[in-house]
Design a binder for this molecule. Structure first.
Ligand code: NAP
Length: 246
């Protein structure tokens, strides 16, 4: 059975390796170019499909037997397209979503439903320095805020519009609690903003915020599509794939 694996996450890489070990034919799909250490094993295709029509056409022409969406929990468009294309072509689809984070004792989190609410809360916050770890595509909503000093960390350089008072750090996880604590101390961070991405790769900043007593605005995930087969671990996806016919 041929598997099309929509990736861009560490879980997708783990899954690609596990499927290769099981002699399953898997094509990993990535939105854009990635550096070689983060490339999954096996065949990789790169770039958008051209919406639902393009993805449905790809599923047909490549005779894909099952579609696995292991994209980031905030990559809502491709997930929507995947579900629609799966329905249209009668291709089974599994969605892998790692669990979100949960606040523990000592955490000072406030949850907001989306990035606009996060920007509204930041604009009203009586602090000076804010650490944005929301990703380069989510900076525009903070661009009107000239009251705060933003420490912004992204993997790739962001395009404008960006916050006018911004210190940019280009880096890629995983991070350690020690390095996150040191970074937040060095920049005297008073408020952290993060997506509820979940997973281990970027959780150290939350521990550092707890240690330093820094409040955190946590942006909730977009809800997964209704009635979709959503699984939360690589193992659960592998078990479900084993149950599929063919
Ligand atoms: P998105 O908004 O859901 O998707 C935008 C468009 O990018 C899609 O319509 C699709 O283009 C293309 N695309 C996205 N993922 C693709 C994939 N795996 N293979 C082929 N085309 C894909 O996605 P995004 O939030 O920009 O994220 C893009 C990629 O980065 C995803 O693969 C995701 O796993 C990864 N990522 C995202 C985040 C995040 O915070 N959003 C964080 C870490 C990693 P067409 O309509 O032309 O098919």
């Amino acid at each position: 059975m041929r598997v099309l694996l929509l990736g861009g996450t560490s879980e997708a890489r783990t899954l690609a390796a596990a499927l290769a070990d099981r002699d399953m034919e898997v094509i990993s799909s990535l939105a854009g170019r990635v550096s070689s250490p983060t490339l999954p094993v096996g065949p990789v295709r790169i770039g958008g499909f051209g919406g639902v029509d393009g993805l449905a056409g790809y599923l047909r022409t490549e005779r894909i037997g099952v579609l696995v969406d292991a994209t980031h929990p905030f990559a809502a468009t491709i997930t929507r397209h995947a579900v629609a294309a799966g329905l249209r072509t009668a291709t089974p689809i599994l969605i892998l979503r790692r669990p979100g984070w949960t606040a523990g004792p000592g955490d000072r989190w406030s949850r907001v439903p989306d990035m606009f609410e996060a920007a509204t809360d930041v604009a009203a916050a009586s602090v000076e320095r804010v650490f944005l770890t929301t990703g380069r595509r989510d900076l525009a909503v903070f661009a009107a805020d000239d009251r705060h000093e933003f420490l912004v960390r992204t993997v790739d350089p962001p395009q404008p519009p960006t916050p006018p008072r911004m210190t940019l750090v280009l880096d890629r996880g995983p991070y350690t609690v020690e390095s996150e604590t040191a970074l937040m101390r060095r920049h005297d961070v008073q408020l952290l903003v993060t997506k509820d991405s979940g997973g281990e790769m970027t959780t150290a900043k939350l521990t550092a915020a707890r240690v330093l007593g820094v409040p955190v605005i946590v942006v909730d995930r977009p809800p997964p599509p209704r009635d979709a087969d959503v699984l939360d671990t690589v193992e659960a996806v592998l078990a479900r794939l084993d149950q599929l016919p063919g």
